[in-house]
Design a protein around this ligand. Structure first.
Ligand SMILES: Nc1ncnc2c1ncn2[C@@H]1O[C@H](COP(=O)(O)OP(=O)(O)OP(=O)(O)O)[C@@H](O)[C@H]1O
Ligand SMILES: [Mg+2]
Length: 253
């Protein structure tokens, strides 16, 4: 059975997609059989792997109809490591609305993941910036959650809200736990960010990954050019950090 990790935070732009893509690539390079699932109608993860054209068959169809299996696309991404991706597109937004009236609406992704998880060691699910039905589906399908966060005052409030949502999801998925909180866009030049990151480490202790991602223009550039940091010139430092994060993820099982 695969370790299924939802990457979630209802706050927008905190690094969910960047974390999913680069941690996924790092795990694949470490030899893990890895699947990434895009559960965000913005489909940034799909674009990060240049799969917009493949997205005609996307996760939405498999959520609405259990006879349709998850569409899985293999990407090499120049990595010399196999990585599989389930793409999304905007159809996922209407699928979320359509799901509202369906039976077992929160369990749909879980059942689809169970159908393929014997093939993988790790499945990462990218989620949208909301606590709606798509994120709930990801949390019900997952064994654990990684929460990327910025080190800002309002981000900390958001973390508490997310923790409450996770507690609610335990009704449907009692095995769900927080694998770790990741400081994913930390600007140590700013005093507020230094202070808030200290507070986060004090408040959540060992739950916070030792590895933290500083703001790094190479991460942004790599993402914008449709590359992981592992094949982007000048992003070696960032690549090292994602390997360190992958090793912590493997340690935490
Ligand atoms: N450590 C970093 N340093 C610099 N830029 C970063 C870093 N992490 C992410 N970014 C950039 O910040 C932006 C938002 O990141 P990303 O898309 O991963 O966030 P998100 O949480 O998935 O957003 P959304 O909530 O819209 O899905 C992107 O342009 C990304 O390249
Ligand atoms: Mg995103």
């Amino acid at each position: 059975m695969a370790i299924v990790i939802a990457v979630a935070n209802q706050k927008g732009g905190v690094g969910k997609t960047t974390t999913t893509a680069n941690l996924g690539a790092a795990l694949a390079l470490r030899g893990c059989r890895t699947l990434l699932i895009d559960m965000d109608p913005q489909s940034n993860l799909t674009s990060a792997f240049g799969l917009e054209k493949e997205a005609e068959h996307n996760v939405a169809g498999a959520l609405l109809d259990r006879k349709v299996s998850l569409p899985i696309v293999n990407v090499e991404n120049g990595l010399q490591a196999r990585l599989d991706v389930v793409p999304a597109d905007l159809a996922l937004a209407s699928a979320e609305a359509a799901l509202m009236n369906k039976l077992g609406r929160e369990l749909r992704l879980r059942d689809q993941v169970q159908a393929v998880d014997a093939r993988y060691t790790h499945i990462l699910i990218d989620t949208p910036p909301s606590l709606g039905l798509l994120t709930t589906n990801a949390l019900v399908a997952a064994t654990s959650v990684i929460i990327p966060t910025e080190a800002r005052f309002f981000s900390v409030q958001g973390l508490q809200m997310l923790q409450e949502t996770i507690e609610e999801v335990l009704y449907l998925n009692p095995r769900l736990r927080i694998l770790g909180i990741l400081l994913s866009k930390l600007d140590r030049r700013l005093r507020e960010e230094r202070q808030v990151s200290e507070y986060v480490r004090k408040r959540w202790g060992d739950l916070v990954f030792r590895t933290e991602m500083g703001t790094n223009s190479k991460i942004l550039e790599a993402g914008a050019s449709g590359n992981s940091v592992f094949r982007y010139n000048g992003a070696e430092k960032a690549a090292e950090l994602y390997f360190a994060l992958a090793d912590e993820v493997l340690e935490r099982g």
